[in-house]
Design a binder for this molecule. Structure first.
Ligand SMILES: [Zn+2]
Length: 338
């Protein structure tokens, strides 16, 4: 379904302007996927072409739209069952909010996780899941879903993503993390006993690194990865995807690591990492040479949240008891609630 959604978005006929003229085909491609299946007939005026391209492209930011001549036009097809047409992502009452979101998505200047950032694209998948949106962050349907969520959380239902809404979401995501429950009183969790820990197979870890997790976390991880591979061929095709970069780390190992990496930026991190619970895993979401899979640089984080592995995780990891810390797309914690 996810793959289909990324590739095909049905037929759109716009004849209301009464001009039979040229035929414009909007083609949506996804990294060399199957041939185009989307056709649209319309008045060829520039604004309308722009509108169509925007309509199709908006919920699918990584896709490419282009116009091809009428001679190449395939027979228009009905929408495949189960595929949401981009026009279904419009919601007239929220068009204004959608425009505001579309701008702030890449332009909002803020510090959602303490350090300054621009835009909220990195968090759009998490926000979309939080509000139950089926359409992209620039769409009317997204704004409509956000307005519903705002009402449920006693905020003004503007449909615009603002800091007030995001900070409530951020707190909800934090409270879902075992590490946060366990440190709620301000202490540091004791961590698992040796008997609680189990070793991942070399094939389950990134570059064969020795990884240990609690037994429950490892079993949950295995069920989740099996499902990801069964549901997403692009994940199954590359065994590095969803491989474990890091699992259990003892307090002593973390302290040594912060000294070794000269990365003791937060004392808390060095002294009390989520990884000491044995329930936290860092996962490889893509495998691009020259890119660290856990780089906190914003362009790297943005790349990771656009990966099929991350989008699958956002949609499905919760079913296997895993929750994300959205500032670090690779960091997931097993809650034991599958
Ligand atoms: Zn981590």
């Amino acid at each position: 379904m996810g793959r289909l959604r990324g590739l095909v978005h049905g037929a759109l006929w716009l004849t209301t302007l009464g001009v039979v003229g040229l035929v414009v085909t909007v083609v949506i491609l996804d990294g060399g996927g199957p041939p185009p299946l989307v056709a649209a007939r319309t008045n060829p005026t520039a604004p309308m072409v722009h509108r169509i391209m925007t309509t199709f492209a908006a919920p699918h930011r990584n896709l490419m739209a282009r116009v091809i001549p009428a001679a190449d036009l395939p027979v228009p097809a009905l929408l495949p069952i189960g595929v949401t047409a981009p026009e279904d992502c419009e919601a007239a009452a929220f068009a204004g909010a959608a425009r505001v979101n579309a701008v702030s998505l890449t332009a909002l200047i803020w510090s959602p996780f303490r350090r300054p950032e621009t835009g909220w694209e990195i968090y759009a998948p998490s926000v979309g899941r939080e509000i139950g949106a089926a359409c992209g962050p620039e769409s009317g349907r997204f704004a409509e879903a956000l307005a519903r969520w705002q009402t449920a959380h006693r905020l003004t239902a503007t449909g615009v993503l603002d800091e007030a809404a995001f900070m409530i979401m951020r707190n909800r995501w934090a409270l879902a993390r075992p590490f946060v429950w366990l440190t709620g009183g301000g202490g540091c969790p004791p961590g698992p006993t040796e008997a609680d820990l189990a070793s991942a197979l070399p094939t389950e870890s990134y570059a064969g690194k020795a990884i240990r997790l609690t037994r429950g976390s490892l079993a949950g991880y295995r069920r989740m990865v099996a499902a990801a591979r069964a549901e997403k061929p692009e994940i199954a095709a590359d065994r590095r995807l969803l491989a474990i970069l890091s699992g259990y780390r003892s307090p002593e190992a973390d302290a040594a690591r912060c000294v070794r990496d000269n990365n003791c930026d937060t004392v808390a991190r060095a002294a009390c990492s989520a990884h000491r619970t044995g329930q936290a895993v860092d996962l490889a979401l893509d495998a691009i040479p020259g890119h660290r899979p856990d780089s906190t640089v914003d362009v790297d984080r943005l790349r990771l949240v656009r990966s099929p592995a991350y989008l699958w995780m956002i949609a499905r990891a919760g079913d296997f008891g895993f929750v994300n810390y959205p500032f670090e797309p690779w960091h997931w914690e097993w809650t034991g609630r599958e």
